[in-house]
Design a protein around this ligand. Structure first.
Ligand SMILES: Cc1cc2nc3c(=O)[nH]c(=O)nc-3n(C[C@H](O)[C@H](O)[C@H](O)COP(=O)(O)OP(=O)(O)OC[C@H]3O[C@@H](n4cnc5c(N)ncnc54)[C@H](O)[C@@H]3O)c2cc1C
Length: 428
């Protein structure tokens, strides 16, 4: 552990421009006993806790997370395909707690008192903070699809939070007869991980092609287009000819009602779809704690200052990750990880009374279409007029050799290993 210097910051945050130079003076005493509480130990929260301690070990950091182990959504589609097991996507907080001296509290925050600067836990305990960071991820807008609620999600799993839902969907695929139709119904944007439903379609097809070759995947979309569409469609043609069908939101409209008993979906355009397995991904918003503590806007997401990630609704509370409104950045783990570092740097620089110069940052998202075939999107962002704007978005080439797609699948695995090591302070 050491204090942050300029070279360290650039290495740690991974910012890529010379204009991103940051000079935080090394003054550990200024931050002694400064308390930061972080709600949510996923990609945003775990990374933020880790980097606050990297930048200044004197800060007292508490991470509140109900689960003892975190199961990542990234690579959960490979579990559906049978390429990895649940253990591969499960990470603990041991190193954050034991090595990096972060207090890990396994509980749920049920309320925030922004005036007294305390958070209230489910067990009745209170934690006071000087600064609060919240990265609670997504919540589901259950009321928008008639017939789809928590109970129905045990019949038609969403698997949009990884864990039991992932296992359930995998079991349903294994139990399905050959010749069955698997329906994937992505919600209207914005939602967590825009390319992930289509990666899921690919990897389910990968499994079906081997285990149940007469089966099909039908994507009933509420959107008219989707991320990396031409790359996915070219891949499907090559790897799974005739196996994956995509129905556009311009035909379907939106899914308005389900009947979990008969495994049917009903759309606003009057169409009905019936599947042997139905993966219905519901419309989304920021997770409950953000909604219940008035950190969200009328659409259910949290407006923030896009430079510091401080809430526009409450002072000294920062919101990062999927729950926040962050310009052109997608709701991905990589974006949450990047925001977490910038947020941590802003908190430390604020405590020390120094400004952070403008930064350039990047995200990449890989999608696996099979074990040996992946595509990617790499984006670079800058802050313009107080909004995070994409200044470069680069997809994999439309035409590429087998070797290139194989190489990208190796990069995808490398990305996963390094981002989870980065967030959970694991030794790679
Ligand atoms: C199928 C799928 C594939 C994906 N693939 C990729 C990928 O390849 N690359 C990529 O970059 N992203 C991917 N993503 C997106 C990624 O999972 C999310 O964007 C990322 O997890 C967001 O991080 P977060 O910190 O906002 O939320 P999360 O990582 O979900 O963490 C939120 C945490 O907050 C906790 N929490 C919630 N409420 C409370 C409370 N009241 N008190 C205490 N704790 C609380 C939750 O238990 C949870 O652990 C994928 C998503 C899906 C669904």
């Amino acid at each position: 552990m050491r204090n942050l210097n300029r070279r360290d910051f650039i290495k740690l945050v991974g910012v890529s421009s010379a204009s991103s130079m940051l000079a935080l003076p090394i003054r550990a005493s200024a931050t002694a006993a400064y308390r930061v509480v972080i709600i949510g130990g996923g990609f945003g929260g775990a990374t933020c806790a880790n980097y606050l301690k990297h930048f200044d070990p004197a800060i007292d950091v508490t991470l509140v997370e109900p689960k003892k182990e975190f199961v990542t959504c990234p690579f959960s589609n490979t579990v559906l395909a049978g390429l990895h097991d649940m253990e591969f996507i499960t990470h603990n907080y041991d190193r954050l707690r034991d090595h990096n001296k972060i207090h890990v509290v396994n509980d749920t925050v049920i309320d925030i008192d922004a005036t007294k600067k305390i958070v209230i836990l489910n067990n009745g305990n209170k934690l006071s903070y000087d600064r609060l960071v919240i990265s609670p991820g997504i919540g589901f807008r259950w009321g928008l699809i008639k017939g789809y609620d928590d109970e129905a999600s045990h019949i038609m799993p969403h698997a949009w939070r990884a864990g039991e839902q992932t296992i359930l969907l995998r079991k349903q695929l294994q139990a399905m007869d050959d010749g069955g139709v698997v329906i994937i119904a992505p919600p209207p944007e914005p939602f967590r991980a825009p390319p992930a439903p289509y990666e899921r379609a690919s990897l389910i097809a990968y499994y079906l092609k081997k285990a149940k070759p007469k089966s099909k995947v039908l994507i009933v979309d509420s959107n008219k287009t989707f991320a990396k569409q031409s790359l996915f469609e070219a891949g499907w043609k090559k790897l799974y000819p005739g196996m994956i069908e995509w129905v556009s939101g311009s035909d379907v409209g939106r899914i308005e009602r389900v009947d979990a008993g008969s495994m049917q979906l009903f759309s606003s355009s009057g169409q009905e779809f019936k599947g042997a397995v139905v993966n219905l991904i519901p419309p989304q918003q920021a997770n409950t704690i953000a909604v219940n503590t008035a950190l969200t806007d009328q659409d259910g997401w949290c407006p923030v200052n896009q430079k510091t990630f401080e809430s526009l609704k409450q002072k000294d509370i920062h919101v990062i990750g999927d729950a926040s409104i962050v310009g052109d950045m997608p709701k991905t783990g990589h974006a949450a990880n990047t925001q977490a570092k910038i947020c941590a740097a802003n908190i430390v620089s604020d405590i020390r009374g120094v400004a952070i110069p403008e930064m350039v940052y990047s995200t990449s998202i890989y999608s696996l279409l099979s074990k040996k075939y992946a595509i990617s999107r790499a984006s670079v962002y800058r802050l313009k007029d107080n909004k995070i704007k994409a200044v470069s978005v680069k997809d994999s080439p439309n035409k590429a050799s087998k070797k290139t797609r194989l190489q990208e699948s190796k990069y995808a695995l490398g990305w996963y290993k390094s981002i989870t090591a980065d967030a959970f302070a694991k030794e790679e």
